[in-house]
Structure formats: C-alpha cells, structure tokens
Design a protein around this ligand. Structure first.
Ligand code: FES
Ligand code: FE2
Length: 321
C-alpha cells in the first residue's frame, strides 16, 4: 500500500466560505453577540436576521455586549439591503463611548454586513463577498427551503479544529471502525459541479427500526458534499427518500462548536425523533475519538486516506476572510 502525505496546508483561522452561524433559538431580540472565530453580532428584524462585524471601529468595544439598537423608520427588518448587501437603516449605540455605529454601509464609524441565509431553524453566514466562495451552497439552501424542513438536532463543543468535524464525512475508513457500518464500498471522491467536494459510495447497514422485518441488510447510497471547510451536507438512502444531515463546525475557544441539523421532507416529520437520536449517537461515537486525539501526531497515511487528503486540499482553496 503506497504512503501518502498530508498536504502541508495551514488553514486560515477564519475562512471566507459558509458557516452555520447558529440555530434560530440562539439568536435573541435586539443585538446578539456571536463568535465563529470572528466577532459578529446578529440583529433580528421583523422578518429576517442580519449579521455584522462586532468590533466598534472607534476603539474596539464589542457591540454585542451592551450595544443598543436604534432603528430609523422601517427598522432593521425593512432595510433596503438585499440579503447580504449593506444597509443603513439602523445603527448600534456603542456601550463604550456611546457613538452611533452604522450597521453596514461605508461610513467611517460603521461595521460590515455579511451575507446571511436562514432556512428553517438554521442561520447560515458567508464571510466573503466573493461569489467564488459560494460553491453552489446558496442554491442548495434555496432548494432545501422549498422542499424540506430544517431542524437543529445538536450543538456541542468539541476539542478539535472545526475542519476535523467536516472531514469526518470524507474519512472513508472510519465508518466501519467507529460507526460499525458492516460494509462500505465505492467511496469515490470528485469535484462537484459548483466547486463543492463530493464523496459517494454505498453503505450496507441493518434496517432502521421502522423498516424492520423487511430485509436483513439495507444498501444505502451515501453522498456527502462539502461546501466549505465548515459545512458538509450528507444524504443517506435512495435519492427520492434520502435522509439529509447538515453537519457544521466553527472555531470556538479550545476547539470548535459542532452542529447538526436535519433537513426533513414534510412527509418524514414523524421520523425526526429517531433520526435525531441516530445523529446524536453517531456524534457520540465520533466524540470519543475526537476528544482523545493527539494533535501533535505526524500522520503516516496510506492510499485509503486519499479522500481525507482531498478534503484538506479542498479546504486550502478558501482564503482567509
Ligand atoms: S469603542 Fe465604541 S464608541 Fe468608543
Ligand atoms: Fe463519524
């Protein structure tokens, strides 16, 4: 078996691609402080959530801790800004010296706005105006919003870098060892049509409890698509009935915050409890390994790690935000 090298990639602490910023319930009224390795604030308007940098340009106060929203006519939800574009209809009064800090727009005392998409329970942000870093995820979110219900299933701190969480979907060998999938076949990696990274193969598993008695082994198509170092969308099952899990991770002190959301077809809603329990169980299995990893190891890879190497190379294509 040939030896492989892990590419010598230093990932930027905050990349310019998509993040799952949080679940709707984590974002309060007014101004909410958020941290994904970059200090941000979310501002909830009447009909949407907007996200801005959090650092006051005067002398660096965090606008999310004590900042007070002041609205002009229309309020933040009525801004003329398109999703992600700058808007100037509201401001935050900084808690340090009381200056009025514009939300979006070019002013000397203003903070940049970021592109936000909310789908069901999940709020996504892209820290770059560069459309090349979209990688087709904006369209994926539009399709999910139309066809599925997105519900948060898990949010946990993990003491490893965020890309390790997403890389998991590309670690073809771990599915049998960690998740006890009896047979994993195929697992071919390829670039996607819109700049995402795709891995596809087949799992042979025991049937889920609601299909017990029909077959001893279920052959499930597995497709995972990474749209950034921090987001992978996994489909398991036949295309017309696949379960879709969005796995995401963003930097947090001492590691990262990992989140799972399930994208359920309206007709599958009864299965949410079992699917969420399954996702949490799989997370626990991974967590046991992640939480005891030695970050100083010099990896000795072989050809079966090629999919992980491909994922690392994909991550290297995202410049710092
Ligand atoms: S730091 Fe914000 S007004 Fe001075
Ligand atoms: Fe895993």
């Amino acid at each position: 078996m040939s030896e492989l090298c892990m590419p010598d990639v230093t990932l930027p602490p905050v990349h310019s691609g998509w993040y799952l910023l949080g679940f709707d319930s984590e974002i309060g009224r007014g101004v909410t402080p958020l941290d994904i390795g970059r200090r941000l604030i979310a501002v909830r308007g009447r009909d949407r959530i907007r996200v801005f940098d959090a650092t006051c340009p005067h002398r660096g106060a965090h606008l999310g801790y004590g900042g007070r929203l002041v609205e002009s006519a229309g309020g933040p939800g009525q801004s003329s800004a398109a999703a992600g574009g700058p808007g100037q209809s509201s401001a935050v009064i900084c808690p340090f010296h009381g200056k009025r800090i514009g939300l979006g727009g070019p002013g000397r005392l203003s903070v940049a706005e970021h592109h936000v998409v909310r789908v069901g329970d999940a709020v996504f942000v892209r820290l770059s105006g560069d459309p090349a870093q979209d990688r087709g995820f904006g369209q994926v979110l539009a399709d999910l919003a139309e066809q599925r219900i997105v519900i948060g299933a898990l949010s946990e701190h993990v003491p490893v870098p965020p890309e390790l969480i997403v890389e998991n979907a590309f670690d073809a060998e771990h599915f049998s060892a960690v998740h006890l999938v009896p047979r994993v076949t195929g697992m071919e990696i390829k670039p996607g049509e819109t700049g995402e990274l795709v891995i596809e193969g087949e799992f042979a598993t025991a049937p889920p409890f609601w299909e017990k008695g029909q077959a001893k082994v279920v052959h499930s198509r597995f497709v995972a698509r990474a749209y950034s170092p921090g987001i992978v969308v996994t489909e398991v099952g036949p295309p017309d009935r696949a379960h879709v899990v969005i796995t995401a991770a963003s930097p947090a002190p001492g590691g990262c915050l990992a989140r799972f959301a399930l994208a359920i077809r309206p007709g599958q809603i009864d299965e949410f409890g079992a699917l969420a329990a399954g996702a949490r169980h799989a997370f626990k299995q991974d967590f046991e390994v992640w939480s005891h990893l030695d970050p100083a190891v010099v990896p000795r890879l072989d050809s079966r790690d090629a999919t992980v190497v491909a994922f690392r190379e994909f991550c290297a294509g995202f410049p710092a935000a």
